[in-house]
Design a protein around this ligand. Structure first.
Ligand SMILES: C[S@@+](CC[C@H](N)C(=O)[O-])C[C@H]1O[C@@H](n2cnc3c(N)ncnc32)[C@H](O)[C@@H]1O
Length: 256
């Protein structure tokens, strides 16, 4: 069974995802693509990085998979000019089935939304050809600690608590050691797993916090409480808002 997935405000995410794009470009650079590969974009979101990936494989193809219908719909209309070099589909990565194995897997800012990493890595391994690379980045241990504390404090507020009670963990900010073990148990040869600090001060703090990090919470709250929840989280964070990210990087390969 896949985990319960939620829909995103794709247009809002696409507007604010500048840091995700910048960090994703670095990850993409590590793939060392020749230009004729088929690459999976695991958690393609609104498609900003999917387009850049397609530019790196002018004689190849990109398959974008994402659990959010609105993200895939948005990516589809944005990437229509790329024709059949792009295939986009709605799907949970923990249940991924590909008709043909891909040459490489790329993923950015997605794995920390998925609670069962072992199952995730197992499905990605199954979808890769022997010798194929996995290059990924997501939130890791210690990621956006102040933001996380502010969310936890807002969860306890009596206005929101009845709606959020029993909610599964929202994020999976995994450590280097556990990630390495999970990759190895899934069959990967692990080249490197490491944490990296990044800092970002969003120009519009409210829009950024709402569109990037609160999706699972907002999906559970009634419409009338959503703005108040965003305000409650922001109210517990220092201003001007500077987010201290800790990114978890993965470089691994399926044995040839
Ligand atoms: C922050 S966005 C990142 C999108 C894009 N990769 C980027 O860097 O801009 C996270 C994405 O992960 C997707 N996602 C979360 N859980 C997922 C799952 N189990 N399977 C597939 N996609 C998932 C969400 O729908 C969302 O589009």
């Amino acid at each position: 069974m896949g985990e319960r997935t939620v829909d995103w405000d794709a247009a809002a995410y696409d507007r604010v995802a500048d840091p995700q794009e910048a960090w994703g470009r670095e990850v993409m650079g590590r793939l060392g693509l020749a230009g004729d590969e088929t690459v999976l974009d695991a958690g393609c979101g609104s498609g900003r990085l999917t387009r850049l990936l397609a530019e790196r494989v002018p004689r190849g193809r990109v398959i974008g998979v994402d659990a959010s219908e609105s993200m895939v719909e948005y990516a589809r209309s944005n990437l229509a000019d790329l024709g059949d070099r792009i295939e986009l589909r709605v799907g949970d990565l923990t249940e991924l089935e590909l008709a043909e194995p891909v040459d490489a897997v790329f993923s950015n800012a997605t794995f920390h939304w998925i609670l069962d990493h072992e199952r995730l890595f197992g499905r990605l391994f199954a979808g890769l050809r022997p010798g194929g690379r996995l290059e990924a980045q997501c939130g890791g241990e210690g990621n956006v600690a102040e933001w996380k504390r502010a969310i936890e404090a807002a969860e306890g507020d009596e206005r929101f608590a009845p709606h959020l009670r029993g909610m599964p963990a929202s994020y999976n900010f995994a450590s280097v050691d556990e990630t390495r073990r999970r990759l190895e148990r899934s069959g990967f040869d692990v080249e490197r797993v490491w944490l990296e600090n990044k800092r970002y001060a969003p120009p519009d703090a409210r829009e950024f916090v709402r569109s990037v990090g609160l999706t699972k919470h907002l999906a559970r709250l009634p419409e009338r409480l959503r703005d108040a929840f965003v305000d409650a989280v922001l109210g517990k964070m220092a201003r001007p808002l500077t987010l201290e990210y800790v990114r978890l990087n993965i470089s691994a390969r399926k044995p040839a």
